[in-house]
Design a protein around this ligand. Structure first.
Ligand SMILES: Cc1ncc(C[n+]2csc(CCOP(=O)(O)OP(=O)(O)O)c2C)c(N)n1
Length: 276
């Protein structure tokens, strides 16, 4: 996909996510919108996947450790044809295939059940190490929140991945600067995330989180340069990115999404669509 096409896909992820959350009436809108660009890159060239065969043995896998961003991931999966787009209207309803958080037993294309923050990197380590032991070519991606990496388990997993030379593992931190209770700096400052992972023996780099071309280049950089190390890509972005009225809210973690707000968001996104 060209840069423009990736931007258009990310915009469609945002549109579908807003509609999905409006249908439900509330949701984790800020942390969903901020991963749309990386999802566009992952699902359109970076990951080796086959939407017609979601369980394919040698597929690349994504652990969405910030599992509360499920709706954005579901939007990307629907747009890739893993399931019909109207499933998005059933988010969290009884009997749905799309719970609010990622559940690999319910949703085609979801590779790991997540939602309890801090655990996904350990899970990704297991998938990466298993693939290496079986000499499978899979690459494992693990998407984490910045507030999430305050969890101690992340740093145990970081040491482990380095120790076992998990160079088929690519972590991604959505550095959108906010968590549930405020900014990460107000809660527990993360200081320099890239530097921290580097000091844990990872190959690490920081990239603009809302620029699909830059993100795509970062993944290429990682392939060329990670050597025998696990790699970490830090997405320098904004919570709610891509929709100004959400970006500008002080609290945009988990909010009511009524018709009025959804219309405001969708008007912005339609403008972006028209400009691409
Ligand atoms: C272990 C655990 N504690 C608390 C929560 C509730 N929770 C859901 S999202 C969230 C904030 C996460 O912040 P961050 O990782 O920065 O995600 P983002 O801002 O990208 O949505 C919290 C505390 C949880 N899901 N798991």
């Amino acid at each position: 996909m060209t840069g423009k096409e990736l931007k258009a896909f990310a915009n469609e992820v945002r549109i579908a996510t807003v509609k999905c959350l409006e249908k439900r009436g509330f949701g984790h809108i800020g942390g969903c919108l901020s991963i749309a660009d990386v999802l566009a890159v992952l699902y359109n060239g970076e990951m080796k996947i086959d939407p017609k065969d979601p369980g394919k043995k040698d597929r690349d896998m994504l652990v969405v450790s910030k599992g509360h961003a499920g709706p954005a991931v579901f939007a990307a999966l629907a747009l890739k044809g893993y399931f019909p787009i109207d499933w998005l209207d059933t988010l969290c309803e009884g009997g749905t295939r799309l719970p609010s958080h990622c559940d690999r037993l319910r949703t085609p294309g979801i590779d790991a059940s997540t939602g309890s923050l801090g655990q996904g990197l350990s899970l990704a380590n297991g998938l990466a190490q298993g693939a290496k032991l079986k000499k499978l070519p899979n690459r494992i991606y693990c998407l984490m929140g910045d507030g999430e990496i305050q969890e101690g388990q992340i740093w145990e997993a970081a040491m482990y991945a380095h120790q076992y030379k998990l160079n088929n593992l690519v972590g991604i931190v959505d550095w959108n600067k906010k968590q549930i209770d405020g900014t990460t700096d107000e809660c527990i400052s993360l200081l320099d995330i890239e530097d921290k992972f580097r000091s844990f023996g990872w190959y690490a780099l920081t990239v603009k989180g809302n620029d699909p071309e830059a993100i795509r280049d970062a993944f290429s950089n990682v392939r060329e340069n990670q050597g025998d190390k696990p790699a970490m890509i830090v997405l320098d972005g904004t919570k709610g990115s891509g929709v100004k009225c959400i970006e500008e809210m002080v609290f945009n973690h988990m909010i009511p999404v009524d018709r009025e707000l959804a219309d405001k968001c969708l008007a912005e996104l339609e403008e972006v669509k028209a400009s691409l």
